[in-house]
Structures are given as structure tokens and as C-alpha cells.
Write a protein of this length. Structure first.
Length: 397
């Protein structure tokens, strides 16, 4: 009798949704398929901009605020009978109890995302949970949700060693329960930089600073623009490329207010000729083109607790020297000379670091070499292989 294919269930946002988790889930699944020919089905954690077309792979859709949809999704997944389920987790991705709490002397309105427990508690298959957010020193509610997810999961996946340590110290989740597998990155395509610049219709005599990803206030782009006047005084060849469309949720709620504010700021500071906005959600190959021609990557996020960044991972994978604020993910991956950290809300520090890299080509090249060496094990092929090994080990158990 012919043995049926391995069946993998996926609970996540997914492309064509435009968000980092959706892209990560798609790329991870494609990388795993490169190592094993399996069948898969999706429980889609959609946003309010849906519905989306998932090419008949979707067996259920989660209505974020409707608990019954989580019960229906569990029933649909069990009926399909997966061998293993991959869960992408971030507290805000799923609905649940909302509470006003005081945490670290701040008043917060939080969503615990506890509705996901309704779904996974009813699943019969083993679960591998990839954690896209790991909050240190969490409030009691979200600590309990994370512990419940851990209890139901055969394995948790953190993208950093710091994440595993945080789970141990703040949640009491033992390190043996957590596998550390990095955020995947595309294989850089070795193309001549001058040819890529020509394809992108960009000048060959510029020093390019690059920001990518979905655009919103958390990106700190206004701080980079405020740094430009000081940079341009010394280095008029500098050009800032802001590549990416405004986050769809922000676009729906307030339109292009943030981007328009950036353009207004650039006009006031007299640096419009040194900024180019590429207002598109680019496919991976086109994004890699921009990473290929960039001289320095900038990731000036405002959240010190950010535990992962796909855009910074991509920059490392392409061997770029990066300047970042010291959020948790950046502090780990840019250590040991792989990049540079600047304080939060400090345009002058950004300007000084950019100037240093322009003027010290040896330092720039050394940093790029270290970044490339670190980024090699992060290729999607290797990440997919690591996940398949997890699946195989769990199924053997």
C-alpha cells in the first residue's frame, strides 16, 4: 500500500497578506518543501483587509475577535489530520482578552491573544511554535498565555539565543524546550553592482543608505532624515533610499500621513534631493537588488524589546554593514563587529556613524565581511533543513 505524504498544517498570516510574519511563513514553508515533498494546509490569521486568495490551501480563516472561528478552525484542521502543525505566534496576531494594565510604570492596553489556546488545545497533532515576539518581564496575563502555548507545543522556536534566555528567566520555560533557528534570508545573487544600478535607474556615483520594509512610525525614518543635513555637509554624494509601501493597516486607518510627514520634513531641512521613496511592496528578487547596491543599511526601530527583524536579517544575509538602534534582536546579531548600534532618538549619532563608514573604507569592508559570514548559516535552505529535522524528531517521538 502506498504511504501517504507527510501532512503539515500551518497557523499563521500568509502571503498575499503584507506583513513580516506572512512573508516569513511563506518563505519557511517553501524552504521546507525544498527538503521534503509534503502536503500542507493553512489556517489563515487574516487582517481586516481580507479576504485573500491562498490558492485552495486555506481550510479555515480566523476571525480575530470571534472565539467560535478558532473552534471551527481546530475542527477543520483535525478533520484534515495533519502529522504536525506549525504555529506562528505573536501576541497581537490573534484575538482574545483585552486588559488595561500597568507595566513598568506605564499604562498599557494589551491583547493577550489567548483565543489561540482555544484552537491549539483542541488540535490532535504535535505543534511546533515559532515565536516572533518574546516580551521580557511580561505582565501576568501574557506570561500565562506563553506558558500555555509552551505546554501544548512539542517545541518552541526562538530566532535568537537571547530569546531562549528570556523564556527561561521570565517565563520559566526550560532551554531544552526551545530550539534556536535564525530568521531565514534569501541567497544573495552575485550580480554586478553597476548593472543592478542601471536596472534600478540609479546613479553610479552615490553612496546609498537603505531602509526597507513596511513603512510606519516605528521605523524611525524621520530620525535618519534629521541626520541627513549633517551628513551631506561632509558627503554630498549620500542618497537615502526608503524602499517599501506604508503598512496596509496604517494606510487603511490614517492613509499616507507618516510618509507625507517625512516628505515635509525633508523639504524643511532642504534634503529632498538626497532622498528617494520607492512606494512599493517588492518581491524578494527586487528587494535583493536594492540590498545589492546599498552601502549601509539602517534599522532605527523605536521598540527596545523587538525580538526579530526580517529586514535586518536580510541585510546581514546580503553582507551589508548595518546601523541600528539597540533593540534586542539587533544587539545580538550585530555583536562582534557585524554592525553598529546608535542610541534611540539620536540623529547626531546616526550622522557620525555614517560619516565614519564613508571615511573608513577598511572598517566598512571588514564589517561587511563579518556580516556575510554570519548571514551564511541563515539562508532559507539551511533554516528549512533545521525545521525539517525538528519535524522528523517530533514524529519519531
Amino acid at each position: 500500500m502506498t504511504k501517504r505524504k507527510l501532512r503539515v498544517g500551518l497557523i499563521s498570516s500568509y502571503v498575499p497578506m503584507k506583513c513580516g510574519i506572512a512573508t516569513h511563513s511563506r518563505d519557511l514553508l517553501e524552504a521546507m518543501l525544498g527538503h521534503s515533498n509534503f502536503d500542507w494546509r493553512l489556517v489563515a490569521a487574516e487582517d481586516t483587509l481580507g479576504p485573500y486568495n491562498f490558492n485552495d490551501k486555506e481550510i479555515a480563516t480566523l476571525d480575530k475577535s470571534n472565539k467560535k472561528s478558532y473552534e471551527a478552525a481546530a475542527e477543520a484542521m483535525n478533520k484534515w489530520q495533519p502529522d504536525v502543525v506549525l504555529l506562528a505566534h505573536e501576541f497581537g496576531l490573534y484575538g482574545g482578552t483585552t486588559k488595561d494594565i500597568q507595566h513598568n510604570d506605564k499604562n498599557l492596553h494589551v491583547i493577550t491573544g489567548d483565543y489561540i489556546l482555544t484552537l491549539i488545545d483542541k488540535l490532535k497533532a504535535p505543534i511546533i511554535t515559532t515565536l516572533h515576539t518574546i516580551i521580557p518581564d511580561p505582565d501576568k496575563l501574557r506570561r500565562e498565555v506563553m506558558r500555555a502555548i509552551s505546554k501544548r507545543s512539542s517545541k518552541l522556536v526562538s530566532m535568537t539565543d537571547d530569546g531562549r534566555s528570556t523564556l527561561d528567566f521570565f517565563y520559566g520555560i526550560k532551554p531544552a524546550k526551545v530550539a534556536v533557528i535564525p530568521h531565514g534570508v534569501p541567497q544573495p545573487v552575485q550580480r554586478d553592482k553597476k548593472l543592478v544600478l542601471k536596472d534600478l535607474k540609479l546613479d553610479t556615483n552615490k553612496f546609498y543608505l537603505l531602509v526597507t520594509g513596511l513603512i510606519g512610525p516605528n521605523k524611525g525614518i524621520e530620525l535618519i532624515i534629521k541626520a541627513l543635513p549633517d551628513i551631506i555637509k561632509k558627503h554630498s554624494e549620500v542618497m537615502l533610499l526608503v524602499v517599501g509601501q506604508t503598512h496596509p493597516v496604517i494606510l487603511e486607518e490614517v492613509g499616507e500621513v507618516y510618509r507625507e510627514g517625512l516628505i515635509k520634513l525633508a523639504t524643511e531641512l532642504g534634503v529632498c534631493d538626497h532622498i528617494q521613496f520607492v512606494n512599493e511592496y517588492l518581491p524578494t528578487d527586487k528587494l535583493v537588488d536594492y540590498l545589492t547596491i546599498a552601502d549601509v543599511y539602517l534599522t532605527i526601530h523605536s521598540d527596545p524589546e523587538q525580538a526579530a527583524s526580517g529586514t535586518l536579517a536580510y541585510a546581514l544575509g546580503c553582507g551589508l554593514a548595518s546601523i541600528s538602534t539597540p533593540y534586542r534582536y539587533a544587539k545580538e546579531v550585530l555583536a562582534d563587529g557585524r554592525g553598529f548600534l546608535v542610541p534611540f532618538n539620536d540623529p547626531l549619532a546616526i550622522a557620525k556613524q555614517v560619516d565614519t563608514l564613508i571615511e573608513n573604507k577598511a572598517l566598512l569592508n571588514e564589517t561587511r565581511e563579518k556580516a556575510m559570514l554570519f548571514g551564511c548559516p541563515m539562508s532559507w535552505e539551511k533554516v528549512g533543513d533545521e525545521y525539517m529535522k525538528l519535524v522528523e524528531a517530533i514524529l519519531q517521538e
